[in-house]
Design a protein around this ligand. Structure first.
Ligand code: APR
Length: 248
C-alpha cells in the first residue's frame, strides 16, 4: 500500500481539469522497451537517434523500415498494463482530462482512454513519404521498402522523427490543455525531448500542481510539486484507488 501526501490527495480530489504527459516508461510494464533502454539483438549497434530521422530514411530506407517493422511487431504483441487502465479510470472521474502522449504504441487507446493527443504519431499506421497518403496494407516483402499505390513513393511509419515538426493541431491542443489544467502529471518520461519536455514547466508557470511519476529522477524532478518514484503500473492504480476508491 503506497502512502500519498495528503495535500496531493486533496488537490486531485478537488481538480476538475487535469493534463497528463506520458512517455515510454508507461509502456515498459507492457514489455515495450523505452528509448533510453539499450537496444537489443541486431539493433543493439544502433541508437534511436540514428534511425528515427529523415536523413537516416533517405540514406538507408530499408534499414529504417526494418527497424520500425521490428518495433511494430513488438507493439502488436503488447497489451495495456495497470498504469494505462488507471489513467482510463482517472479520465472517468475528471471533467476535463487530456492525455498527451509521446508514445507511438497505441496502448492508451487500446486501454480505453478517450481524449488522447499522440504527439509523436502511431507506429501501427504507415503513410507515403511523398504524397502522405495512408496505406491500408503493405507487403511484408523483406527485400524492398513497400511503395505507395498512388504515387509510388516509399512508405514510412506514421511517426514523428527527430528534426521533424510535431502535428500542429495536436501540439496546440497539448499546450492549451497544459495552460488551463489545475494538475499536470509527467509519467514515464525522461523529460529530455522537446517540445513535450517543456509542457511540465509551462504548467508550473501557469500555477498548476505538477506531479512526476517515474522510475528514476529526471531533470524535471527538482521542479515538480510531488515526485513519486517507482513503477507507473504500481503507483497509478494505488493513486486512483486512494482518491476515487473505485473498484480498481
Ligand atoms: N514506470 C515509470 N517510469 C518508468 C518505467 C516504469 N515502469 N520504466 C522506465 N521508466 C522511466 C525511465 O526511468 C525513463 O526516465 O521512463 C522514462 C523513459 O524515458 P525515455 O526512454 O527517454 O522515453 P521518453 O521520455 O518517452 O522519450 C521521449 O524521445 O526518443 C524520442 O520520440 C522519442 O517519444 C520519444 C521521446
Amino acid at each position: 500500500m503506497i502512502e500519498f501526501p495528503p495535500e496531493l490527495i486533496r488537490y486531485l480530489t478537488k481538480a476538475s481539469r487535469v493534463a497528463v504527459l506520458t512517455g515510454a516508461g508507461v509502456s515498459q510494464e507492457s514489455g515495450l522497451r523505452t528509448f533510453r533502454d539499450a537496444q537489443s539483438g541486431l539493433w543493439a549497434q544502433y541508437k534511436p537517434e540514428d534511425l528515427a530521422t529523415p536523413r537516416a530514411f533517405a540514406r538507408d530506407p530499408k534499414l529504417v523500415w526494418d527497424w520500425y517493422a521490428f518495433r511494430r511487431e513488438a507493439t502488436k504483441g503488447a497489451r495495456p498494463n495497470a498504469g494505462h487502465y488507471a489513467l482510463v479510470e482517472m479520465e472517468k472521474n475528471i471533467p476535463e482530462f487530456t492525455l498527451i502522449t509521446q508514445n507511438v504504441d497505441g496502448l492508451h487507446r487500446m486501454a480505453g482512454s478517450k481524449n488522447i493527443l499522440e504527439l509523436h504519431g502511431n507506429i501501427l499506421n504507415v503513410r507515403c513519404s511523398e504524397c502522405g497518403m495512408f496505406a491500408e496494407t503493405w507487403g511484408n516483402d523483406l527485400e524492398f521498402v513497400p511503395r505507395c499505390e498512388y504515387c509510388n513513393g516509399l512508405l514510412r511509419p506514421d511517426v514523428i522523427w527527430f528534426e521533424e515538426s510535431l502535428p500542429r493541431d495536436q501540439l496546440e491542443a497539448a499546450v492549451q490543455a497544459t495552460r488551463t489544467c489545475q494538475v499536470f502529471f509527467s509519467i514515464g518520461t525522461s523529460g529530455v525531448v522537446h517540445p513535450a519536455a517543456a509542457l511540465a514547466s509551462a504548467a508550473k508557470a501557469e500555477g498548476s500542481v505538477v506531479i512526476e511519476v517515474n522510475a528514476e529522477p529526471t531533470p524535471l524532478t527538482s521542479k515538480v510539486d510531488f515526485a513519486l518514484h517507482g513503477k507507473s503500473g504500481e503507483i497509478l492504480p494505488e493513486l486512483v484507488k486512494a482518491i476515487w476508491k473505485s473498484g480498481m
